[in-house]
Design a protein around this ligand. Structure first.
Ligand code: BES
Ligand code: MN
Ligand code: ZN
Length: 507
C-alpha cells in the first residue's frame, strides 16, 4: 500500500544550529517574517548583520509585505549554503496567533516544489513546537500529492512534481520527528482516500474496491467482504436493487479495528461507495457525468480513516462498513415505481433511480446495527446535489439525532479544517417521504433535497446516536487549497481520525 503514497516529498527534521550548513550553493533556505518584516533570532544569526537589510530592500522592490501566506524569493546572500532565499510571510501578531499550520506547510512546500529546502522553523518572538512542526509537515505532504498514474508523459515543469526534499529545523527537532511520523501516516491515509476517489470506475469497480480495502488487513484490520449471495440471505433488497443494473457485482466490506477493550461497543463509520452514478434509468444529463466516478467519496473516507486508526494503533473499537455498487441503466436495472424491501423490513417505493445512495446506506446501516450494536454511528455520503446548492464546496452538511455527537463532530471539523455545518431534521422532511404505496419513497420532491435524503436515512438508524455527513460538495471536484491540488480531496479522513482520538479513545 506504500506505493504512490506521498512519495513526492521527503521530510526530515534537524536542530536550528545546523541552519547555515549544507552543501554550499544548492537548494533553498526558507525563513519566516511577520508583517513588520522582522526575522526570528535564528534567521538573523544565519543571515548575518546584513540579512535584515537585504530582506527589507528586496521586500520594498517586490512590494512584499510579509502578509500571511505570501512569499518572496531572492538569490541567497554570499556565505549562505543555499542558492535561493525564500522568505515566507506570517502576517500580523494576531494572524500568527491563529496560524493554520497545515496550510503554512502546504504553502511553503508549494513555493519550494521540486527542490531541496531547509526551513528555519523559528519565529520572531516565538518557539515553534514539535506539534506545530508535525502539522506543517502534514500540510506539506498533502500539498505535493498529485494523481498522475495515467499520464504516460510526465510534464517536467509540472507545479507539484516529485522530488521535493524538506528539512525542518527547530529546537525540539527530536519530538518533531516523532510528530512527523504521525503526520506521514495520516497523510498516507488521506492520500489513500484521494487515490480511491480519483481512480476511474473501469479500474475501481466494486470487486477491485473491496480488494483495495482488504489490504488494510496487513495493518491488523479484520476484513469481511459480503458477496451478493450473502446480501440476498441478509435481505439487502435496497442495496441489491441499485446494483442490479450493473454487470459489476456489488460488495459490502466490513473493516474492524479492535484496538479497545474486548467487548466494548464500537463506533461505526459507514460510507456510500457508488463507484459510478449514471443515475440509472432516471439517467443524469451527459454534461459533468464523468464527475460521478467520485460518488464513492464516503467509502473512500472510511477506508482512509481505518488506515489512519490502524496505523497509529488507536486504542478503540471501530467498525467501518461500506456499500460498493455501480448505478447503471440496463434491461435488468431497477426502475421508478419498483417497490423494494430493505434489510430492516421497511419497504421503499422507487421514485427516482438517481436517489440511489440512500438505498445503499439503509441496508449497510441495518446490517451494522444488527451485527455490532455500535455506540455511535457516522455515515459519510456524496448524497445530494442539494447540499452543494445550500453550502457550496468548502463545508459539509451534517444531520444528526444527537447533540453531543454533532458537537463533537463540529469540533473535530474546526480542529482539522474539515468543517461541517449542522442542518435541521424536522418532521416535515420525514413526512415528505411518505409513500402512497410503500412505507416510504426514495425522494421527497423538489425542495429541501439534502434534508429529505437525511430523513430517509434517519428511518434506518433506530435509537443509535447518529450523524450523517453529506459530502457531495467537499469530496470531489475540489477547490484548490494550500493542502490540496487533487480533484478528489480525501475529505473526512482527518476529521474522523480526530473525532475518534478526542472522544472515543482511552487516553
Ligand atoms: N451522487 C448524487 C449526488 C451528487 C451530485 C454528488 C453532484 C456529487 C455531485 C446522488 O446520487 C444523486 O444523484 N442525488 C440526486 C437526488 C435526487 C434524484 C432526489 C440529486 O442530488 O439530484
Ligand atoms: Mn444518484
Ligand atoms: Zn449518487
Amino acid at each position: 500500500m506504500a506505493a504512490g503514497m506521498a512519495d513526492g516529498i521527503e521530510i526530515g527534521f534537524g536542530p536550528l544550529e545546523k541552519s547555515g550548513q549544507g552543501p554550499s550553493g544548492s537548494g533553498d533556505l526558507v525563513v519566516f517574517v511577520g508583517d513588520d518584516l522582522a526575522l526570528g533570532s535564528a534567521a538573523r544569526e544565519i543571515l548575518g548583520g546584513s540579512g535584515a537589510d537585504l530582506v527589507a530592500r528586496a521586500a520594498a522592490s517586490e512590494k512584499f509585505k510579509g502578509r500571511s501566506l505570501s512569499a518572496l524569493s531572492l538569490p541567497a546572500p554570499a556565505g549562505i549554503a543555499a542558492d535561493r532565499l525564500v522568505v515566507v510571510g506570517l502576517g500580523s501578531d494576531k494572524d500568527r496567533a491563529k496560524t493554520d499550520w497545515p496550510a503554512l506547510g502546504g504553502f511553503t512546500a508549494g513555493k519550494v516544489s521540486g527542490r531541496t529546502a531547509r526551513v528555519v522553523l523559528d519565529w520572531p518572538g516565538a518557539v515553534v513546537s514539535a506539534r506545530e512542526a508535525g502539522q506543517f509537515a502534514l500540510g506539506a505532504r498533502l500539498r505535493t500529492y498529485s494523481f498522475d498514474r495515467y499520464k504516460t508523459k510526465k510534464k517536467p515543469d509540472a507545479d507539484e512534481k516529485a522530488g521535493t526534499t524538506l528539512t525542518l529545523l527547530l529546537p525540539d527537532h527530536e519530538a518533531a520527528a516523532r510528530e512527523g511520523e504521525g503526520a506521514r501516516t495520516l497523510a498516507d491515509s488521506v492520500i489513500l482516500a484521494r487515490n480511491l476517489v480519483n481512480e476511474p470506475p473501469n479500474v475501481l469497480f466494486p470487486e477491485e474496491f473491496a480488494k483495495r480495502a482488504s489490504e488494510l488487513g496487513k495493518l491488523g484490520v479484520e476484513i469481511e467482504v459480503l458477496e451478493p449471495a450473502r446480501m440476498r440471505e441478509l435481505g439487502m433488497g435496497a442495496l441489491l436493487a441499485v446494483a442490479q443494473g450493473s454487470v459489476r457485482e456489488p460488495r459490502v466490506v466490513i473493516m474492524r479495528w479492535n484496538g479497545g477493550p474486548a467487548g466494548e461497543a464500537p463506533v461505526a463509520l459507514i460510507g456510500k461507495g457508488v463507484i459510478f452514478d449514471s443515475g440509472g434509468i432516471s439517467i443524469k444529463p451527459g454534461g459533468g457525468m464523468e464527475d460521478m466516478k467520485g460518488d464513492m467519496g464516503g467509502a473512500a473516507a472510511v477506508v482512509g480513516a481505518l488506515h489512519a486508526l490502524a496505523s497509529r494503533k488507536a486504542r478503540c473499537n471501530v467498525v467501518g462498513a461500506i456499500g460498493i455498487v455501480e448505478n447503471m441503466p440496463d434491461g435488468g436495472a431497477y426502475r421508478p415505481s419498483d417497490i423494494v424491501t430493505s434489510m430492516s423490513g421497511q419497504t421503499i417505493e422507487v421514485i427516482n433511480t438517481d436517489a440511489e445512495g440512500r438505498l445503499v446506506l439503509a441496508d449497510v446501516i441495518t446490517h451494522v446495527i444488527r451485527s455490532f450494536k455500535p455506540k455511535a454511528m457516522v455515515d459519510l455520503a456524496t448524497l445530494t446535489g442539494a447540499i452543494i446548492v445550500a453550502l457550496g464546496q468548502d463545508i459539509a452538511g451534517m444531520f444528526s439525532n444527537d447533540d453531543t455527537l454533532a458537537g463533537n463532530i463540529h469540533a473535530a471539523g474546526e480542529a482539522t479544517g474539515e468543517k461541517v455545518w449542522r442542518m435541521p431534521l424536522i418532521p416535515a422532511y420525514d413526512k415528505a417521504i411518505d409513500s402512497k404505496f410503500a412505507d416510504m419513497k426514495n425522494t421527497g420532491g423538489r425542495h429541501g433535497g439534502a434534508a429529505t435524503a437525511a430523513s430517509f436515512i434517519k428511518r434506518y438508524v433506530e435509537e443509535v446516536p447518529w450523524a450523517h455527513l453529506d459530502i457531495a460538495g467537499v469530496a470531489m471536484s475540489s477547490n484548490a487549497s494550500e493542502i490540496n491540488r487533487s480533484w478528489g480531496a480525501g475529505w473526512g479522513v482527518r476529521l474522523l481520525d480526530r473525532l475518534v482520538r478526542d472522544h472515543y479513545e482511552a487516553k
